[in-house]
Design a protein around this ligand. Structure first.
Ligand code: OAD
Length: 238
């Protein structure tokens, strides 16, 4: 059985209408990264940071998964636990498309993190009004998103899956943020075949074995079809 690890970034959600991070002007929806995505920014000006993520959480209600998210869910439906999707995205479009074997390494907009008790409750409302934590009652909830300088989630699980995979596929990510940006080098070092599906080739430190340029909504379904027909052909030969 072919084991596949897929890493996704903002590019897979772009065609759903979720903005990517690195526009030409280096701003995130009009904000400097260091003003909204660092622990220091939150210490300095929590209202600005909470309002920024509240707006992004609300915006999720207006978007739906696209053909790329749906194709990955279709692949999981066919090969089950042989596929792990690791996303850097904090939106919920993979799970809404049907992906279940999924890691949100940079956290989730629809979850809060309690700075008092450490719980991570599912969260759909605004945080700016300092609601109480459902677990401990303290009013110290922040978005459960990983900021610059913080440790992403489940790194051990991800690295173990990458090195044990047959194929590592990177979709819609610029390869600018580590540790995710290093997974192609890790995969290559362990002899794992690497594939990139991105609007334009990224600046990966190690070249992909197969780099395809185009829109995720076209490239991902086509790649999933290829994987499934290769598996069918393999099964028929046996
Ligand atoms: P970026 O905004 O850096 O990169 C998005 C990538 O998607 C670019 O390489 C685009 O070329 C590509 N792209 C855009 N539209 C596409 C489409 N329709 N089809 C395919 N590809 C397309 O976003 P990420 O690489 O995800 O981290 O950024 C990584 C991390 O940086 C984010 O998770 C976030 C940010 O800092 C944290 O918040 C910790």
């Amino acid at each position: 059985m072919t084991r596949i690890v897929v890493l996704t970034g903002a590019g897979i959600s772009a065609e759903s209408g979720v903005p990517t991070f690195r526009g030409a002007d280096g701003l995130w929806e009009g904000h400097l990264i260091e003003d909204v995505a660092t622990p220091e920014a939150y210490e300095r000006d929590p209202d600005t940071v909470l309002a920024f993520y509240d707006a992004r959480r609300r915006a999720l209600r207006t978007v739906v998964p696209n053909a790329a998210h749906l194709a990955l869910a279709r692949l999981e439906g066919a090969i089950g636990g042989d596929l792990l999707v690791v996303t850097q995205n904090v939106d919920d479009l993979h799970e809404r498309a049907g992906s279940r074997n999924l890691v949100h390494m940079h956290g989730e907009l629809r979850r809060a993190l309690c700075l008092a008790c450490g719980s991570r409750p599912a969260w759909d409302e605004d945080l700016i009004d300092r609601p109480a934590c459902p677990d401990c009652g303290e009013r110290m909830l922040r978005p459960d998103v990983v900021w610059f300088g913080e440790m992403p989630y489940e790194l051990g699980r991800i690295e173990n899956a990458v090195v044990a995979a047959d194929v590592f596929v990177s979709i819609g990510t610029s390869g600018a943020v580590y540790p995710a940006a290093g997974y192609v080098a890790l995969a290559s070092a362990f002899g794992v075949r690497t594939v990139e599906l991105n609007l334009e080739p990224s600046d990966a430190a190690v070249p992909f074995d197969d780099a395809r340029a185009g829109r995720a909504s076209e490239l991902v379904p086509a790649w999933v079809d290829e994987v499934l027909s290769a598996r069918r052909a393999g099964a028929e030969r046996r």
